[in-house]
Design a protein around this ligand. Structure first.
Ligand code: CO8
Length: 257
């Protein structure tokens, strides 16, 4: 695909995806979702890829869905656009490699929903977070009502969803919405460092720890624990990743995945 909004730079095992429509604060339009679907399909085929960092160009990470494009939708079109976005963000979240959001600026509405699809979020001190949809007479449509309460708990989620308050990076860290806050000039370096750490681990183990954690968090504890036991077992046996990792430890060498 000829990308017009996404800039994709791949170095070794890491892809950096920059959303670049800075004049519209990187607002998410239909073209963005087309490009994102194509990029996800490309990432799924790339067996060398170990991590993706998603960020925004300019002042914003993403300032939400494109209000100008959305304004004249009918009820049915609104629901369809919502489902479309949810599907794209779900397939992004479900990638079996690390997905890191590098939040450089405003992460509002659909932008915060995109960031919440990542495995975790690293924020610049300059970033601002919010779900301002009620100010527009709307509610989040890209699974924000669901992901936010799962990430930060119901009360903090409802506070953000009902007040449309825009919070800074320190408050986002306090409620667990982001995992680290760094100076703007250190943002990409920090994310690349984390991505490289993850890339050095067993790729199957990374895929499984992500899947079991994500799936298990929607299950009863006993069910999730059984899922863990089953997946734990798949990493053992001759030629397995676990066998190589444990042998390498005992032989005091780096594992050869
Ligand atoms: N959509 C379209 N254009 C936008 C958006 C957006 N979300 N955000 C900013 N822009 C545009 C502005 O219109 C402006 O364009 P222009 O220069 O042509 O006038 C340009 O970007 C720069 O913006 P500002 O001049 O406003 O810049 P400021 O620095 O003063 O303010 C803000 C930055 C605070 C980010 C401000 O632009 C703002 O509040 N933006 C809107 C934030 C918002 O309400 N986001 C939620 C959108 S709704 C949503 O995301 C729902 C998701 C689910 C959809 C479900 C499908 C149905």
């Amino acid at each position: 695909m000829d990308y017009k909004i996404l800039k994709i730079e791949k170095t070794d095992e890491i892809a950096v995806v920059t959303i670049s429509r800075p004049k519209a604060m990187n607002a998410l339009n239909t073209r963005f979702f087309d490009e994102m679907d194509a990029a996800i399909a490309q990432f799924k085929k790339d067996k060398a890829l170990r991590a993706i960092i998603i960020t925004g160009d300019g002042k914003a990470f993403v300032a939400g869905a494109d209000i100008a494009e959305m304004k004249d939708k009918t009820a049915e079109e609104g629901s369809n656009f919502s489902r479309r976005g949810q599907r794209t963000f779900a397939s992004f979240a479900d990638l079996d490699i690390a997905v890191i959001a590098a939040i450089n600026g405003f992460a509002l509405g659909g932008g915060l929903e995109l960031a919440m699809g990542a495995d975790f979020r690293i924020s610049s001190t300059k970033a601002k977070f919010g779900q301002p949809e009620v100010s527009l007479g709307l509610i989040p449509g890209f699974a924000g009502t669901q992901r936010l309460s799962r990430l930060v708990g119901k009360a903090d989620a409802l506070y953000l969803l009902m007040t449309a308050d825009m919070i800074g990076a320190a408050d986002a860290l306090r409620i667990g919405l982001v995992q680290q806050v760094v100076e703007p000039e250190e943002l990409m370096e920090t994310c690349l460092k984390i991505a490289k750490i993850i890339a050095s681990k067993g790729p199957k183990a990374i895929a499984k720890v992500k899947a079991v954690t994500r799936l298990g968090s929607e299950m009863h504890l006993a069910q999730g624990s059984e899922l863990e036991a089953q997946e734990f077992g798949t990493l053992f046996g001759e030629g397995s990743e676990g066998a190589e990792g444990m042998t390498a430890f005992l032989e005091k060498r780096k594992p050869n995945w």
